[in-house]
Design a protein around this ligand. Sequence first.
Ligand SMILES: [Zn+2]
Ligand SMILES: [Zn+2]
Ligand SMILES: [Zn+2]
Ligand SMILES: [Zn+2]
Ligand SMILES: [Zn+2]
Length: 472
Amino acid sequence: MPAKCKQRERILASGVVDVPTLPLGAVRGALCFRCFEPADKILKCAGCRRAGYCSQACQKLDWIAVHKKQCKVLKIINEEDLKDYSDRRTWADYRRVLIRYGHMIQAMTEVRDTVFVVQAQPYCSGCYRSANQLSHREITLNVCRDCRLLHHCSDCPDSHPKAMCKAYQDQNKIEHFRHGLFENTGKASVIACTEVPRSNYKSFARSEGWYDYYVNISDKAFIKGNTTPDFTSITSTVAKGGPDNKEFEEGRCMFLLFGTDTMTMPLTVIAALEDLQILDLPTIKIHLLGATGREFLAMSCFEEILHVVPSIQCLDIAAVGPSSLLAGQGPSGYAPKYPLPCCPSCQSAGKSRPISAFQGLYHDFAKSPYYEKPDLIVAFNSGFVDGDDANTDWDKSIRLVVESGVPALFTTYNPREAWGEQSKMRRLGARFVVEPGENKWRSLVPMPEFLDKEYEMWHQNYWRYIIKGKQP
Ligand SMILES: [Zn+2]
Ligand SMILES: [Zn+2]
Ligand SMILES: [Zn+2]
Ligand SMILES: [Zn+2]
Ligand SMILES: [Zn+2]
């Protein structure tokens, strides 16, 4: 029985941040909102007709944990959604209302996942009427039997492309694995570091990507020939090896796919150090900007930098951001340097990785007595042009990064964001060392996008670029 998923709010409240969020499969009607298990018949909440459950027991639990507060808000959105009805809408019309509902919900509640329940709702991909609107007109909304996530109404043909169906089937596999992982290990993510530190450096620029990294740079040669290079399925040779073996290899394949979601951070940094030709510095000082839970969660995987770059003795990271988790322990939001534990091999080689944190904005940190000039500034998926905090928080900090002349690595969730940032950087006169482009070390875990382009997937650190100071 899925015990941990059911208790996720309690686990979150105890300070654990690595907890799975509501899966798309639940919002789209295939999984239980409380335990995340599939059920042949999902019982819908009579109030909002959006939340669904495998049993009354799960419904009761969910009502107490979150849904009591959420249901009220969803009912208001349903009313609004009925007012917005029209027989036929375009994707542009549809996404516009979703954005508006998102703002409405944010003003009404802070209950986790409520915006997601609405913005990822089931809808017809032909006429863009929502499940809520169609059910009021007693028009059936059919679900695709293969992916169980994409819908079309009885007035419209099923139009979702084959490739998208496959991508959404992969989503189901990914979510299923995440829930199993959380039940078994208490963690919703994977750290797949190289166990024994390498004695020589192997070029990331010359590496072909993740598969090659796992096999030839890291220590996972055992996957050779067992999985497709994108880790979405095992090879046909392995599939012939009997059901137990197949299941084992499929689990391992997903484990390594999940590994890319955290390891993308240290690997994207290593690739940047190589591009900047500063791999031979014995101490590397990094300022991690806008660091949130995700970065702290993955802090232990940053040891990978010491494991694959033998010349680095000390990896000194300062995490700076308004929601920096370590902060608040020292004076004025500063948490002084603290030696993060290293593995026995690193310890005996005298390697260290101190971390410090500043809870605040980067331009304030730069004025503080704690600021030491870094070798590299890193901002993962900062959204400094498109994000909600773009003008208020980021503008000054980005100007400072450009003025400082320190090399800075930026990543984005998708190409459009990268182009937006590129033009802002150009306006500030920044010099590009690496122009925006697809990041070889992006996470391979695709995340469906609900507001931008229909069916689009985004990735952690999808695109990247590096700047250094200003144009001469
Ligand atoms: Zn359930
Ligand atoms: Zn409800
Ligand atoms: Zn339709
Ligand atoms: Zn499908
Ligand atoms: Zn180590």
